[in-house]
Design a binder for this molecule. Sequence first.
Ligand SMILES: [Zn+2]
Length: 289
Amino acid sequence: MSPPGRPKGESFEREREGGPVDPPGRPEGESSEREPEGRLVAADALAAARRMLAGVRRLAVLTGAGMSAESGVPTFRDAHTGLWSRFDPMQLASPEGFRADPPLVWRWYAWRRELVAKARPNAGHLALAEAAAHFERLCVVTQNVDGLHQRAGSRDVIELHGSIVRSRCLAECGALFARPEELPAGEPPRCPRCGSWLRPDVVWFGERLDPEALAAAERACTEADALLVVGTSGLVYPAAGLPMQARRAGAPVVIVNPQPTEIDAVADAVVRAAAGAALPALLGGAGAV
Ligand SMILES: [Zn+2]
């Protein structure tokens, strides 16, 4: 069950956080009370957002769990269910948890990989991939670990929290498997180079983001002419700081999310809609160029 103040559908982003801790002092409904009048009129917001994107040459797009949830990919919390609910998230998604019971963690990720494999990119993923041709650069910075942007056809993707599809050596010898079907046997398999365990190539609780990925994301957001923020609650840093960085660098920020987010105040336009509905309308046709 979701505790108050924490909309379902964002927990995937929290994969790397220090624990399943909710931010303090955020009672249900607080965000909507701060909602400025008029922002709920989706059509107006969409028109305003389209105007902001008109003439943009370099577009950065920050995506979060809401984007994946629309494709039916279970969020971290949703995946922490049924048989798995008796395990603490730290047992399933931390380096300590993995070292304590590698087969357990491996099986949880193998199951999630299967769910991801069955999911399909949604209209929002496809709209971003198709729109790339209309921009000098369209860089997707994602907090999602499911690879759906790439499967939709996006080429310029920065995965801040890694990828559930890839596996790498726990001892960091450099061994990397990008395709699950090519993994050696075992639960988990042994690294063919050094004999250590292979682990999912995701950022776990208590781990840092890849500094190169983060620096590339910051560059993409600060060099962009506009930043589009899709399906993210704005709770998880450092990703949640990117909209402010873009804003400071002079780029308008457009948020697409069905619910209020923690970063709405940073935005120049807020479109209250799902990505699958809003992105084709926002990026399709003449509005994108
Ligand atoms: Zn190795």
